[in-house]
Design a protein around this ligand. Structure first.
Ligand SMILES: NC(=O)C1=CN([C@@H]2O[C@H](COP(=O)(O)OP(=O)(O)OC[C@H]3O[C@@H](n4cnc5c(N)ncnc54)[C@H](OP(=O)(O)O)[C@@H]3O)[C@@H](O)[C@H]2O)[C@H](O)CC1
Ligand SMILES: [K+]
Length: 519
């Protein structure tokens, strides 16, 4: 079945996002492992016509791929099959709770299962010469799955050799151990399996492997609704050797003689998210106001009290410095500013610099579309309209209700196909849509609370979206992570301060909230 949010093939990153999103929905990872183990058992049992006189060897790693192998051991044993489990490493190093539980169970259910945790390669080689190993019917590879990184280390390396050297039929669980599931690359060695039972969806790098895809209970909601998994993967880790500027350089272009708060809120949100540098380019006269909010902001002023074409060169220079740009908060509607916006946006569309257009910028975009000065947005642009702002860009009448997800998505996609780009339509449920000629996609956000319908929360959202862009996330993933986090910050502000919340309360809570979530 194909939905507007699912993918034909998935990466290791997608797998961990889906796991975390399933956990956000209340489905423990152990349930998924149990489904994975049972599905794989059923397939192996039927395919090899096993019976109570069959015997199976399972080689398990200490990650969750190994956990799947241990779970398969239990389910095969339940059917009377003799199982020989070899854990590659010391059991005290088993990585997760669910794998540890399966290891304990395997060691309790001793009627049909014999288990060994190997301490060194010599011990492994001896086990591989044992009668049980030589006389087994099949061998299952549960050494490494989507968690593989770098060169193959011992004792896994020798275990892969042992599997490949045996004449038994070989089944790999989720990924042939040693293969990079995203690229299909084998840097050194990998299990030469007869077939691979892979979970949820085919992995992106699988080309010439005989594969059977097994559903393991990851619900559609984990792909549709934005969750912890999306946020966790968008908050990229800062590399140890990063220097200042490598974790996000953002330019915020906004403000006018009437508005100084909007660009400040956006820039403050971006800084609180942890990016390295943020320059606020604001019109003359409001620079000191913006500076006064935080000494961490870098502020540059334009030539007059509203932006005009005289600011174009400086805007261009700063944009070339930045990893991402946010334009729009508090820009106002001065005719000269509209001219400046037009010149700037046409330039940035051509340059493909990642850019978020919000607030007054969206209305100006609408004007450009109406006057046919812009035909289409590029996929490097995110716009963040609420329903009224959206109407300034495209004409439409009624939309299906916010929770009629399938109908509303189809309608929104049909409306937005004309303009392209990534569109974050704000509402009770937020819809993030990426328009593409091949296949448009949509994700839905349910975080947030009605108390967020106050001035400034949109500026926080725009600041977060552009901050995620500046640290290297795609426009679509940036919009998804930002809208989810923005909603959670609203909820958390409500918990801390009661129902009267301001955008500043959300920003105040940002760092401690992420710390609490262990992000
Ligand atoms: N949603 C799902 O599809 C589910 C899949 N499941 C299974 O879980 C694995 C992924 O589990 P994970 O624990 O993330 O990773 P792995 O088991 O693949 O590998 C992690 C361990 O492997 C060690 N490792 C990593 N690279 C190497 C290497 N090059 N050489 C040797 N050892 C390596 C790593 O060791 P560390 O010392 O670095 O810690 C880890 O111990 C997925 O593939 C599925 O099979 C879940 O069961 C359910 C949900
Ligand atoms: K494997």
């Amino acid at each position: 079945m194909s939905f507007f949010f699912d993918k034909d093939t998935i990466t290791a990153e997608d797998v961990s996002q889906l796991d975390a999103n399933s956990a956000s929905l209340g489905i423990p990872n152990g349930y998924l492992m149990e489904c994975a183990g049972l599905q794989a058992t059923n397939k192996i049992y039927e395919h090899y016509k096993l019976n109570s006189s069959s015997s199976v060897v399972i080689m398990c790693g200490i990650g969750n791929n190994g956990g799947d192998g241990l779970c398969i051991a239990r389910h095969l044993a339940t059917r009377g099959i003799s199982v020989f489990v070899i854990l590659l490493g010391d059991s005290i190093h088993i990585r997760t709770q669910e794998s540890r539980l399966n290891w304990e169970l395997v060691n309790t259910l001793t009627l049909k299962i014999r288990s060994y945790s190997i301490k060194n390669i010599k011990q492994l080689k001896t086990l591989c010469k044992s009668e049980f190993f030589m006389n087994a019917d099949i061998i299952i590879d549960a050494l490494l799955g989507t968690g593989v990184t770098g060169k193959i280390r011992e004792p896994i390396s020798t275990a892969i050799d042992m599997i490949n050297q045996s004449n038994l039929p070989k089944i790999s669980i989720d990924v042939p151990s040693g293969m990079n599931p995203d690229t299909g690359q084998i840097t050194e060695k990998s299990v030469n399996c007869d077939f691979c039972i892979t979970f949820h969806a085919k992995k992106k790098g699988f080309a010439n492997i005989k594969t059977w895809v097994a559903p393991i209970g990851i619900p559609l909601e984990a792909s549709l609704f934005i969750g912890d998994g999306d946020l966790r993967s968008a908050i990229k880790k800062r590399d140890k050797d990063f220097h200042k500027g490598q974790y996000g350089k953002l330019l915020v272009i906004g403000g006018s003689s009437s508005y100084s708060g909007a660009p400040s809120l956006a820039a403050m949100s971006a800084l609180e998210l942890g990016i390295d540098l943020c320059i606020c380019f604001v019109p003359k006269g409001i620079g000191n106001v913006v500076r006064s909010f935080s000494p961490n902001l870098i502020v540059q002023e334009g030539v007059a009290e509203n932006f005009s074409n005289s600011d174009f060169l400086q805007a261009k220079k700063l944009s070339n410095w930045a990893d991402a740009v946010l334009i729009g908060p508090g820009l106002g509607k001065d005719p000269k500013t509209v001219e400046f916006f037009e010149k700037y946006i046409l330039w940035i569309l051509g340059k493909k610099i990642p850019c978020v257009v919000d607030a007054d910028g969206i209305k100006m975009l609408g004007k450009l579309f109406k006057e046919s000065k812009i035909a289409r947005l590029t996929s490097s642009i995110v716009i963040t309209p609420h329903m009224e702002e959206l109407k300034s860009i495209v004409r439409f009448k009624n939309l299906p209700k916010f929770d009629e997800i399938e109908k509303r998505t189809k309608k929104l996609i049909s409306i937005l196909e004309k303009i392209g780009g990534v569109i974050l339509v704000k509402g009770v449920y937020d819809y993030v849509i990426k328009i593409s000629k091949k296949r448009s996609i949509c994700r839905v956000n349910r975080s947030g609370c009605p108390e967020m319908a106050v001035g400034g929360t949109g500026d926080v959202l725009a600041g977060l979206t552009s901050a995620f862009l500046s640290i290297g996330n795609s426009p679509f993933n940036s919009a998804c992570a930002a809208v989810y986090l923005n909603g959670l910050l609203g909820e958390s502000a409500k918990k801390s301060y009661g129902p009267r919340i301001h955008a500043t309360d959300m920003i105040k809570n940002l760092k401690s909230f992420l710390l609490f979530k262990k992000f």
